[in-house]
Design a binder for this molecule. Structure first.
Ligand SMILES: Nc1ncnc2c1ncn2[C@@H]1O[C@H](COP(=O)(O)OP(=O)(O)OP(=O)(O)O)[C@@H](O)[C@H]1O
Ligand SMILES: N[C@@H](CCO)C(=O)O
Length: 320
């Protein structure tokens, strides 16, 4: 039996979105149409192989076995159990378009594109929820703990709240589609595992109460369409106070954003990428220009005016 080749795309995402440490994430799409995400191609083959291409291919481990995409392939077949014996192997190609350790959910992009591509290639043996659990497991192997706030929005699209309940790993929230999310990667690398290590193991009572209030009120504000209330809740009391010391010019960037019609400003995932939210195109352009000139530190950095990617990961058949 022949299996059609498939190409999957998975978009960059903002983990935490400031107010929802490990529990909230959002998928991104630059307004100028630039693809900001990884792609994985899956083709029938006699035996498994992985080739790695794209601008950030040379920043990944030299041996493809150490690439998270190879581990996704092994895990996918393990989860298939005996059925795996009846299926052909696959040759996979990863197009690594996102920088590593950027805070844009780079490893999550590879994981989501790999699983979504494999599932489409093999005729969808797994449900959306089963795939999400598998994605969380593999993302956890890299970052040191299972958290879904990159893989879930990357796979499902839009703004996603983690439920982590039985057959509901994550739920989509309503969004303000007219919001702009200016997203700037400074070009330096911050390891997610290290950025988690610097956080305290216990959170003071006052911050715990603030975290719960903000997440609940933000969710209510999205459902009731109250933009001002939603934006007012976008404060990070858990990670930003500890992580911002890793990010040169962070406070200066926040001041500029908030003085130029910004609704919110924060760290994307574990950084160094930052994001600014605004509902004005003119403000988005001004902020984008400032961040490009002042927050980027080397030639690897970039800044994009984005909106939310409501589609999430796609998998389409390609010609053989
Ligand atoms: N396909 C892959 N994409 C990204 N990282 C990979 C991949 N395969 C293996 N790795 C390794 O996984 C680790 C990823 O580290 P880390 O979690 O800090 O980065 P990240 O996922 O890019 O972070 P972020 O979520 O902040 O974008 C690196 O050591 C990297 O070499
Ligand atoms: N929620 C995770 C996202 C990592 O990209 C963290 O902040 O550590």
């Amino acid at each position: 039996m022949d299996f059609n080749p498939v190409k999957a795309y998975a978009p960059a995402s903002i983990g935490n979105v400031s107010l929802g440490f490990d529990l909230l994430g959002a998928a991104l799409k630059p307004v100028d149409g630039t693809p900001l995400g990884d792609e994985v191609e899956v083709r029938q083959a006699k035996q498994f192989s992985l080739s790695i291409k794209g601008p950030f291919a040379d920043k990944l481990p030299g041996d493809p076995k150490d690439n998270i995409v190879s581990q996704c392939y092994d895990y996918f077949h393990q989860q298939l159990g005996e059925e795996s014996q009846t299926l052909p192997a696959a040759a996979m190609t990863l197009y690594k378009n996102l920088p590593i350790g950027s805070g844009l959910g780079s490893s999550a992009c590879s994981v989501v594109a790999a699983f979504n591509g494999l599932n489409a290639f093999y005729g969808k043996p797994f449900t959306q929820n089963q795939l999400l659990l598998m994605m969380g497991e593999l993302e956890g192997r890299i970052s040191g703990s299972i958290h879904y706030d990159n893989v879930a929005p990357c796979y499902l699209g839009g703004m996603v709240l983690m439920a982590e309940h039985a057959d509901t790993v994550a739920v989509n929230l309503p969004v303000f589609e007219h919001w702009y999310w200016v997203t700037c990667y400074s070009g330096i690398k911050v390891s997610t595992a290290e950025a988690r290590d610097i956080l305290p193991k216990h959170i003071p009572m006052a911050d715990t109460l603030a975290y719960g209030r903000q997440l609940a009120v933000f969710t209510h504000a999205l459902h009731s369409g109250n933009e001002t209330l939603a934006a007012a809740m976008m404060q990070d009391v858990i990670a930003e106070p500890y992580r911002k010391q890793l990010l040169p010019r962070f406070d200066e960037a926040r001041d500029f954003v908030m003085q130029n019609s910004g609704l919110a400003f924060g760290i994307s995932g574990s950084g160094p990428t930052v994001f600014a939210v605004t509902n004005s195109k003119a403000s988005a352009e001004k902020i984008n220009q400032w961040l490009t000139q002042n927050y980027i530190q080397n030639e690897q950095g970039f800044s994009h005016i984005c909106q939310l990617d409501l589609q999430g990961s796609t998998a389409t058949k390609v010609s053989s």
